[in-house]
Design a protein around this ligand. Structure first.
Ligand code: URA
Ligand code: SF4
Length: 213
């Protein structure tokens, strides 16, 4: 947590006027919340600094924590396939997360994903705001409720807002499409449910791509 008298959160570690690479480097030092302690490393972002589409996830998973890159595990695979199906070039998007360190619970040798708390999302938000200000995407896609909370600055129900075009809460007021998280698709056991959820994700990504024009 922050030092005495300081507000907890990443503000203190986010350098002003920094370029994306400097931001990435600075995030390694972040102690804006306690999640850095148990994680292997910070997982900042992946993709072009001038990407028109920014994809925001929840937090790195087990694989991401080990590799130091966002969306390289199973959820990332679902996302890559959905992007391809939506006709979006995966090389042209910027991938990041609302929370930059992996939160998990240890069960024996396994590390089980644990949802970040609202306090973690709030603490980590200065990084995301700095990324949005630097990349200046034409559209943001918030993947799941945690990402939506961070980008929109308020709690939303995915079922109620998915596919709608909202606005990010930071000064850029960037058009934001909220959709379901690829991990939620992976958790569906029924083939039909999975197909419908995948189709929904693809449709939302297509919608977002249309906003780029
Ligand atoms: N899930 C996320 O939200 N982000 C990742 O980077 C990987 C899985
Ligand atoms: Fe900093 Fe975010 Fe990591 Fe917390 S999760 S230590 S705020 S980078």
């Amino acid at each position: 947590m922050a030092e005495d008298g300081e507000r907890p959160g990443a503000e203190h570690w986010v350098p002003e006027g920094a370029a994306l690479d400097e931001l990435r480097g600075a995030a390694e030092e972040c102690r804006g919340c306690e999640l850095w302690r148990d994680a292997t490393q910070v997982v900042f972002s992946r993709g072009a600094g001038d990407a028109r589409m920014m994809l925001v996830g929840e937090q790195p998973g087990d694989r991401e924590d080990l590799e130091g890159e966002p969306f390289v595990g199973p959820a990332g695979h679902v996302l890559d396939e959905a992007l391809a199906a939506a006709g979006v070039d995966g090389e042209q998007v910027y991938r990041t997360n609302a929370v930059k360190h992996f939160r998990f619970e240890r069960r024996g040798k396994r590390r089980i994903h644990e949802k970040p708390a609202v306090g973690h999302v709030t603490a980590c938000r200065p990084w995301l705001e700095a990324e949005i200000a630097l990349v200046r995407p034409s559209v943001i896609v918030a993947l799941g409720a945690t990402a939506a909370r961070s980008v929109l600055g308020t709690a939303v129900k995915i079922g109620e807002v998915r596919g709608m075009v909202l606005e990010s809460a930071d000064p850029s007021a960037t058009p934001t499409v909220v959709t379901s998280h690829p991990s939620s698709i992976l958790r569906l056991r029924d083939h039909g449910d999975r197909q419908r959820a995948t189709d929904g994700l693809v449709a939302d990504l297509r919608r977002a791509a249309e906003l780029i024009g």
